[in-house]
Design a protein around this ligand. Structure first.
Ligand SMILES: [Mn+2]
Length: 391
C-alpha cells in the first residue's frame, strides 16, 4: 500500500493578521497532483488540521473541499487524527458523510472505529485505536494515537510517567497486529531524543516529550506536531513538518511530504518537496529613507516581509504610511540606538525570547533560574514553530 504522510496544515492560520488561505489552497492543489502522480492508496494526516478550536467557515470549507478532492471519491483512503490545535468533536462532525469518501477521522485515543466499507477500503477488523485496512488485496494495520495529554487520555500521570505511559500505549497498539501484515503508527507528539535531551520528559504548554528509543519497532511511524521535517531512521519514524512556513523561523528548511512504500523487508521513504508559494523574509535597513526605498523595491514581489529598521529618531506617520504602502510588509521592527528612544517608541512587542523565558520561569519558580537545558529546549521548541498553548 502506498502511503502519503502529511501533517500540521493549520488551516486558517494567520501571519500577523494576514490570511494564508490562498497559499493553503495552492498546497492542496499540489497535493492532489502528488496523489495522482504517485498513485497513492492512503493518506495519513497526523494532526493540527486547523489552527484553532473554532476554525473559520472559510478554513472549514477548505478542509471539506480538500478531503473531497484528495479522496478521489473513495479511491484514496484518508485517516486523520486531531492534534493539540484541533477541536476533536468539531473535526469529526462530518465523520458519517466522510465515510463514503474513504475518510476516517479519530476523535479520541483508543477509539474503536466500526468495521465496514469506507469508500474503496474495507476495514475488516478494528480494535481500540487500530484498523485492519484492505484495498485490492493489499493489507495494512494502522494504529492511531491522537495528541495525548492527561485531558485527552482521561488519565493522570506526572512528567516522568508520561514517557513510560506513551511507550506502553504504542507498544500495546502495535502488538494488536496478530496478522503477518505491515504495521504503521500515526501520532501527534513531541519526540525529544533528536535534540540530545536523553530521556528528559518535560511539559511546555501541554507539549510533553517522548524519547526516540521508546517508540516501538514497526514498518513506519507517521509523526505530526513539529513543523520541521525530521527523520529517526532506526525507528522508521518521520516528521513531515508543516506544508507552509508558518513563522519567520521556519524559513530555514524546505517543506515536504513523504511518500512511503512498505515492502516486505524494508520501508522506502521518498521526499516530495513542496513549492514555497510566499516565502517569509526578513530585511534590515538603516534609516527611514532606506526603509522607504526597500518597501518600493519589494513592491509586487510575492513575499511576506519583516522589515528591521535601525533608527536614531522615531519614524513619522508619513514615513510609516509610505513604508506600509507595500501590503506585504507585515511588521516594521525598529532597532533603536538609545534606551530612552526605545522606551519612547514601540511598533511591536517582540521581546528577546530567551530573556522573556528566563524572566517567566523565575516568576513561576520563586526566583529559581532555569537550567541551560530547559532554556535550550524551550528555544528549540519555539524554533520548530510550535505554539506554546495550554488547550
Ligand atoms: Mn501540534
Amino acid at each position: 500500500m502506498k502511503i502519503l504522510h502529511t501533517s500540521d496544515w493549520h488551516l486558517g492560520k494567520k501571519l500577523e493578521g494576514q490570511s494564508r488561505l490562498n497559499e493553503q489552497k495552492k498546497f492542496i492543489d499540489a497535493l492532489e497532483v502528488i496523489v495522482d502522480q504517485e498513485k497513492i492508496d492512503l493518506i495519513l494526516l497526523a494532526g493540527d488540521i486547523y489552527d484553532t478550536y473554532n476554525p473559520s467557515a472559510e478554513a472549514e470549507k477548505l478542509f471539506f473541499d480538500s478531503i473531497k478532492k484528495l479522496s478521489k471519491n473513495g479511491e484514496v483512503g484518508i485517516v486523520i487524527i486531531p492534534g493539540n490545535h484541533d477541536n476533536p468533536q468539531r473535526l469529526t462532525s462530518i465523520f458519517t458523510l466522510a465515510k463514503d469518501y474513504g475518510v476516517i477521522i479519530y476523535e479520541r485515543a483508543f477509539q474503536e472505529i466500526p468495521i465496514g466499507k469506507y469508500g474503496c477500503f474495507n476495514i475488516y477488523s478494528s480494535n481500540q485505536g487500530g484498523l485492519f485496512i484492505e484495498k485490492n488485496n493489499k493489507k495494512l494495520y494502522l494504529y492511531s494515537l491522537p495528541f495525548p495529554s492527561e485531558a485527552t487520555l482521561n488519565e493522570t500521570f506526572n512528567d516522568i510517567k508520561f514517557n513510560a505511559r506513551i511507550k506502553e500505549i504504542l507498544e500495546f497498539g502495535a502488538q494488536q497486529n496478530k496478522e503477518n501484515i505491515p504495521t504503521v503508527i500515526m501520532t501527534h507528539i513531541y519526540v525529544a531524543g533528536s535534540m540530545g535531551e536523553g530521556d528528559v520528559a518535560l511539559e511546555l504548554g501541554g507539549s510533553r516529550a517522548i524519547a526516540i528509543d521508546d517508540l516501538p519497532d514497526v514498518n513506519y511511524i507517521a509523526l505530526g506536531h513539529v513543523h520541521k521535517p525530521m527523520s529517526f531512521k532506526r525507528k522508521n519514524a518521520y516528521y513531515c513538518g508543516s506544508p507552509l512556513e508558518y513563522r519567520v523561523t521556519e524559513n530555514k528548511f524546505d517543506k515536504k511530504v513523504y511518500v512511503v512504500d512498505i515492502l516486505e523487508n524494508k520501508t522506502i521513504v521518498k521526499d516530495i518537496f513542496l513549492d514555497n508559494y510566499k516565502p517569509i523574509k526578513e530585511y534590515t535597513v538603516i534609516g527611514a529613507k532606506e526603509a522607504i526605498e526597500k518597501s518600493e523595491e519589494l513592491l509586487g514581489i510575492n513575499e511576506w516581509i519583516y522589515l528591521n529598521i535601525a533608527l536614531e529618531t522615531p519614524l513619522t506617520n508619513s514615513e510609516i504610511r509610505k513604508i506600509k504602502n507595500n501590503k506585504n510588509i507585515l511588521e516594521i521592527i525598529p532597532i533603536i540606538k538609545t534606551k530612552e528612544i526605545a522606551n519612547e517608541i514601540s511598533y511591536s512587542n517582540e521581546q528577546n525570547l530567551e530573556e522573556a523565558f528566563i524572566e517567566f520561569f523565575k516568576e513561576e519558580s520563586d526566583g529559581l533560574e532555569p537550567n541551560s537545558n530547559i532554556t535550550k529546549l524551550f528555544l528549540e521548541l519555539i524554533e520548530e514553530g510550535e505554539e506554546v498553548e495550554t488547550n
